[in-house]
Design a protein around this ligand. Structure first.
Ligand SMILES: Cc1cc2nc3c(=O)[nH]c(=O)nc-3n(C[C@H](O)[C@H](O)[C@H](O)COP(=O)(O)OP(=O)(O)OC[C@H]3O[C@@H](n4cnc5c(N)ncnc54)[C@H](O)[C@@H]3O)c2cc1C
Length: 480
């Protein structure tokens, strides 16, 4: 029998103590969404059922007890840590869900400069871990723009990626081992070793599960030497994206490993580079880092590739450095952006995809053309590539629109989803992946069967095996 809202709260209070169970109306409304429906919070126009409660877990045992309770009574659970999700992964569309909030599990367990790894509970903000690592002359190498506010559990759960990914990789390249709790209340620990070949690598069942299979309680990540004094910045302007992709490809395919490799089109670049680039300029930029010899060899190699292309005009590296140092988004910047949207009704959204070198320019061109033709009230439309690999790159579409004759709570259906739909369709048409790093959430879950193709049953089998009662974040990754 399903439990009433009151019985769910009472059950949680028995497990955690009353003070760890949040039920005030304002918090519950705010916990019903994430950035995907951020206009609901900005304008106070709520559309989703608020959760029954937010369970503030403080330990692995707390998580195990709450999940076992939810599993027994078939209550939907939405795991949460930093709350910076962008794709609806935190939405509580199932009435009387429990939000399991791990943000109080915020202890750095160890920094180990000899084995070069750090262990942190799920609620540790990445910035704190990074600051601690730097005291030892080390870095996590992970620097998503949400670094000050995103937490380790969420960063692993979404397969996040940082600005230095071309050198350090995404979070999946950094996680050494972890602990997670499954819906039956059992905790599983995957030990910390440099590599294993003992069958499939089950870390990857947990990394990127978006709270749809398990709750991550602790993670161990690699550490690297922190040598910012050797950082070298390079940039060029050019007139078309196709050439820009060719430059990125040549750098990667030649084997160079800059930490940053980015390409901006004029629409997106105009937001950042109007102090040195013309209105119709694209900008390609790099950062080389590491020990002095490696940083110099990387920068020299990239400069050599650029010098072979007379259509590239060099930009002063100091301009790139100054811009790059102000890229992260803390609480203040996020609040200022929300206030801008509240006062102007001009909304900024993004969607990121990936594809091989042979497809990326087609996806970019066709998606931009269709968005421009089909979506009304756009004020800015553009994109950039910010994470490159030997076999391809990502594209991050960045778009602004005015809400015209549109109540804020209808923004998602009138503007945001139609744009996402174009981007997903064009990406799939050319063989790319519809999600590069934000997670699939609930927003892009409808495209999951097409994204996975004939491997989709493997995903369904994982869900059935690890969450047989379907209580973990329903509608996330696998559409409802
Ligand atoms: C301004 C801004 C900039 C951003 N920049 C980047 C960027 O550069 N790179 C990038 O990759 N992303 C970026 N993001 C997206 C976001 O920060 C990442 O997805 C991040 O990894 C989410 O971490 P979080 O702790 O905030 O997780 P949350 O928002 O709390 O949760 C995210 C998802 O993970 C699940 N989850 C959370 N905690 C757990 C847990 N302990 N166990 C299991 N599941 C869990 C949730 O259910 C949800 O589906 C940005 C977002 C914003 C708002």
């Amino acid at each position: 029998m399903t439990l009433s809202r009151e019985a769910i709260v009472e059950g949680l209070q028995r497990i955690l103590g009353a003070e760890q169970v949040v039920t005030d109306e304002d918090t519950l409304k705010r916990r019903s969404i994430d950035n995907f429906r951020k206009l609901e919070a900005i304008f106070g126009a709520w559309t989703l059922p608020p959760p029954a409660a937010v369970a503030m877990v403080g330990s692995t045992d707390d998580v195990a007890a709450v999940l076992a309770f939810a599993n027994e009574h078939r209550i939907n659970v939405v795991p949460r840590t930093g709350g910076t999700a962008t794709e609806g992964g935190l939405e509580t569309h199932v009435p009387d869900s429990i939000v399991v909030d791990g943000s109080r599990m915020n202890r750095i367990v160890s920094i180990d400069p000899y084995d070069m790894q750090a262990t942190a509970q799920c609620g540790v903000p990445l910035q704190l871990l990074e600051d601690e690592a730097r005291k030892h002359g080390l870095t996590t190498g992970h620097s998503p723009q949400s670094k000050p506010v995103a937490h380790m559990g969420g960063l692993v759960a979404t397969r996040s990626i940082g600005q230095f990914s071309t050198l350090y990789g995404g979070i999946e390249d950094m996680v050494v081992g972890l602990e997670a709790v499954f819906p039956d209340g059992r905790a599983a620990r995957i030990k910390n070793v440099p590599r294993r070949a003992a069958g499939p690598d089950i870390r990857h069942v947990v990394i990127g599960n978006e709270g749809a299979l398990c709750f991550i309680t602790e993670v161990t990540v690699k550490l690297f030497p922190y040598l910012p004094e050797n950082n070298t910045y390079l940039g060029w302007t050019l007139k078309d994206m196709k050439t820009g992709f060719e430059v990125l490809r040549e750098v990667m395919a030649t084997g160079y490993k800059p930490s940053v490799a980015r390409l901006y089109d004029p629409g997106d670049g105009g937001i950042h580079f109007s102090h040195f680039a013309a209105e119709d300029d694209c900008v390609v930029l790099f950062m080389a880092e590491g020990s002095a010899g490696i940083a110099k060899a990387t920068a020299d190699g990239i400069a050599e590739i650029a010098a072979r292309r007379p259509e590239l005009a060099p930009v002063d590296g100091e301009l790139i450095r100054a811009w790059f140092e102000d890229l992260t988004w803390g609480v203040d910047k996020i609040a200022a952006e929300d206030e801008r949207i509240r006062t102007t009704h001009n909304v900024n959204r993004t969607t990121e995809i990936s594809a091989g070198w042979s497809a990326i320019n087609d996806i970019y061109e066709s998606a931009i053309a269709r968005i421009r033709a089909e979506i009304p009230d756009l004020t800015i439309l553009g994109g950039h590539s910010s994470h490159s690999y030997i076999n391809g790159t990502n594209m991050y579409f960045n778009y602004f629109y005015d809400l015209v004759d549109c109540p804020p709570e209808e923004e998602v259906t009138k503007y945001y989803l139609p744009i996402i739909s174009i981007i997903c369709d064009e990406t799939l048409r050319f063989g790319g992946s519809i999600v590069h790093h934000h997670g699939i959430g609930k927003a892009r879950a409808p495209w999951a069967p097409e994204e996975y193709g004939s491997s989709y049953p493997m995903l369904e089998a994982l869900k059935a095996a690890f969450d047989p009662n379907g209580i973990m974040n329903r509608g996330t990754i696998i559409p409802d």
